[in-house]
Ligand binder design. Structure first.
Ligand code: IVH
Length: 664
């Protein structure tokens, strides 16, 4: 037989058996027969490398090692779910839904406790696997995802030509225990819980290691311009026919009282499941109804998560230690006698701040109550005062010196925390550098906390502005860094100069200035000099800026060292003012564009930028006002249909560029 044909046949055969075994949980051949097929394919693929295919089932054992994952924009943002904790919360949700929808039908699903993944399939082939990231952009971890046995690389049946499917990657309790046993045997640190193990695994650089972790995945949502049904339930069920693993625990409920009954039943049986869940997800079934209800900036209004009541336990508080945050806040941490809670061994828990310890009168050697809800970090919720042995439990006295730099700590009456106010405190400085380079701030990849520590110790990185003074000769001699890593770091630092003012302002790490406030301040004051000189009254006049933020800004700009650092950053070319998008021409003025599909010569964001820079406008959906629909490969069929219906001209990417004599 023609080797290509034989390879194709074997791949299809093996995929079929993977599907039966990992998706349908039944096998129709023996392990030996399966191994024989796989070995035959491996042999042929080695003999005929010209027929290599990323999506071959032989890639399920992993193989590639990546240095960094590329980040991509999510075509549909990856939102989170609002939470509910009681029957009343569910009734309130139903009431909100019923304001818009008569007789909503609900779908109830398990809330799998793992890490979410967003897969893109084009023409039935897995083409991207994005992590959630910040919800807008995620990392493509496709080489790791290919190793997950229940995830199909090539689909069967009648699937849409392009779609996104989302699900939760997790590790079954049994597989987790086995993994830890084998780690123990090999003298490796044991993992603390299945959820963190799953989320850590998909970001590993060596996909062969990922293949060993026995990850599973259930899918719970599909997004496409060409959905097969107009309700969520049938769409999800349909996905199984294309090769995806769908949980059997998916239920249709006619009304909220049925939902509540189901929630109570699942709550009782949840511990018997072979994997961990932290609640139930309730979704409005009809896609039209979902669209009508829409979204807030964070959540869909058509879905809610019901979180199970927290589990609790009691253990001994052995000691209290202290961490210094980047703002100088001192966080006390409880060191506990290790105890098992919701499947995790707990050794430490945050005690939040001085007031928290004081209010509960927590003392070393006390027995404390611990709770763990859906969140990863357990909480200390109380003290077993009756069990207190006053001979060994002395009233806790908070430290008065910084554990990092030994300077005096300060506490204002209206604040719950003690602070280290030494601008040069090493832990604070390193924390501020870590914040500055973090993804949501300047997004400088490649510098981990150990490298920052090393650079700090060598005197090369004593504040954030030193980042822009690092050079190759200094870095290359460091024992931890190879030439490629150094090049990557320097490239990322250089690229970060392109960040807009609002990001830079957030990256400075001023207390109480989160992303949203930074954006507001940047757009209101437009320029760091104006912001630095703004009075308390100027600041609080701004929408959403209260006393706390105003005081924090005034304090920050009154510190000479901060102004020196800002000046250095300005000299290095960072953006400290709002720059309006440069208008290159007005040839597209008054023209309204919709873009759809995958473009060959340019990525979608850059195409949009070109349109805007030349005076055009972009919208997401076709209307009578749309001038052109610009299409790449696999454009959304509903966009094409609407454009045809409304007589909107459809042009391909090269036609767009030639028509307007623009360069891509
Ligand atoms: S739907 C628009 N369904 O829970 C929101 N999420 O707290 C779409 N999760 O990020 C999410 N099981 O990682 C949905 N059956 C399920 C889920 C589920 C687990 C996770 C998912 C999501 C998080 C939200």
């Amino acid at each position: 037989m023609d080797p290509q044909k034989k390879i194709d046949l074997l791949r299809k055969e093996i995929e079929k058996h993977n599907y039966y075994y990992y998706v349908k949980d039944k096998s129709i051949i023996t392990d030996l027969e399966f191994d024989n097929l796989l070995n035959e394919l491996i042999k042929l693929e080695n003999k005929y490398p010209e027929f290599f295919d990323d999506n071959s089932p032989t890639n399920k054992v992993g193989g590639s090692v990546v240095n960094s994952f590329t980040s991509h924009e999510h075509e549909y943002p990856m939102l989170s779910l609002s939470n509910s904790y009681s029957e009343q919360d569910l009734l309130d949700f139903d009431k909100r839904v019923k304001k818009e929808i008569e007789n909503p039908e609900y779908v109830c699903e398990l809330k799998f406790d793992g890490v979410s993944i967003s897969l893109e399939y084009i023409n039935g082939k897995l083409s991207k696997a994005l992590t959630r990231g910040d919800g807008k952009r995620g990392d493509d971890v496709i080489s790791n995802i290919r190793t997950i046995k229940s995830i199909p690389l090539n689909l069967f049946g009648n699937y849409p030509s392009k779609f996104i499917i989302r699900g939760e990657i997790f590790i079954k309790k049994h597989d987790f225990n086995e993994l830890n046993l084998s780690r123990k045997k090999n003298n490796l640190d044991e993992f603390s819980n299945p959820r963190n193990t799953a989320s850590g695994s998909i970001k590993l650089q060596d996909s062969r290691e990922v293949a060993k972790r026995k990850l599973s995945c259930f899918f719970y949502s599909i997004l496409s311009d060409e959905l097969p049904f107009n309700n969520h339930y049938e769409n999800v069920i349909q996905c199984e026919n294309w090769g995806f693993k769908i949980s059997n625990d998916i239920y249709l409920s006619k009304n909220i009282s049925d939902v509540i009954k189901l929630v109570n039943i699942i709550d009782k049986k949840k511990n018997e499941l072979p994997y961990e869940i932290d609640g139930i997800v309730i979704k409005v079934n009809s896609i039209n109804h979902q669209n009508k209800l829409g979204y807030t900036s964070k959540f869909p209004r058509w879905a809610i998560a019901y979180k199970f009541k927290t589990q609790s336990t009691k253990t001994k508080l052995n000691s209290i230690s202290f961490q210094v945050g980047r703002t100088g806040a001192i966080t006390p941490v409880a060191n506990l006698k290790p105890v098992l809670l919701s499947g995790t061994i707990i050794k430490r828990a945050s005690l939040h701040n001085f007031d928290y310890i004081n209010k509960l009168d927590i003392r070393v050697n006390d027995y404390v109550f611990l709770e763990k809800g859906g969140e990863i970090i357990p909480k200390i919720t109380g003290v077993d005062y009756e069990n207190r042995d006053s001979d060994i439990c002395e009233k806790f006295i908070f430290i008065d010196k910084c554990p990092s730099c030994n300077s005096n700590l300060e506490k204002k009456d209206d604040e719950a925390n003690y602070y280290c106010n030494n601008e040069h405190c090493p832990t604070k400085v390193k924390g501020s550098i870590e914040h500055f380079i973090s993804r949501k701030a300047m997004n400088i990849d490649g510098l981990g906390s150990e490298t920052i520590d090393l650079l700090y110790k060598k005197g090369l990185l004593l504040n954030i502005s030193d980042l822009y003074k690092l050079n190759k000769n200094e870095l290359i001699v460091l024992e931890r860094l190879g030439e490629k890593s150094v090049d990557n770091i320097l490239f990322a630092i250089e690229e970060s100069k392109k960040n807009p003012f609002e990001k830079v302002l957030y990256a400075l790490g001023i207390r109480h200035i989160g992303e949203t406030v930074a954006k507001k301040l940047a757009h209101t004051f437009k320029n760091i000099n104006i912001l630095a000189k703004a009075s308390f009254d100027d600041l609080v006049e701004t929408d959403e800026i209260g006393d706390k933020i105003a005081n924090s800004l005034i304090k920050y700009f009154s510190v000479k060292n901060n102004l020196i650092i800002i000046n250095e950053l300005i000299k290095s070319g960072l953006s400290f003012k709002i720059v309006n998008k440069e208008v290159k021409s007005n040839i597209l003025t008054n023209k309204l564009f919709v873009v759809s599909g995958v473009f060959e010569s340019i990525n979608r964001e850059n195409l949009k930028n070109i349109i805007i820079e030349n005076g055009g406008k972009i919208t997401n959906s076709i209307s009578k006002k749309t001038s052109y629909l610009v299409i790449g490969k696999n454009p959304g069929p509903s966009k094409i249909k609407n454009a045809e219906k409304l007589n909107v001209q459809i042009i391909k990417e090269y036609e767009f560029f030639t028509k307007y004599k623009l360069k891509n």
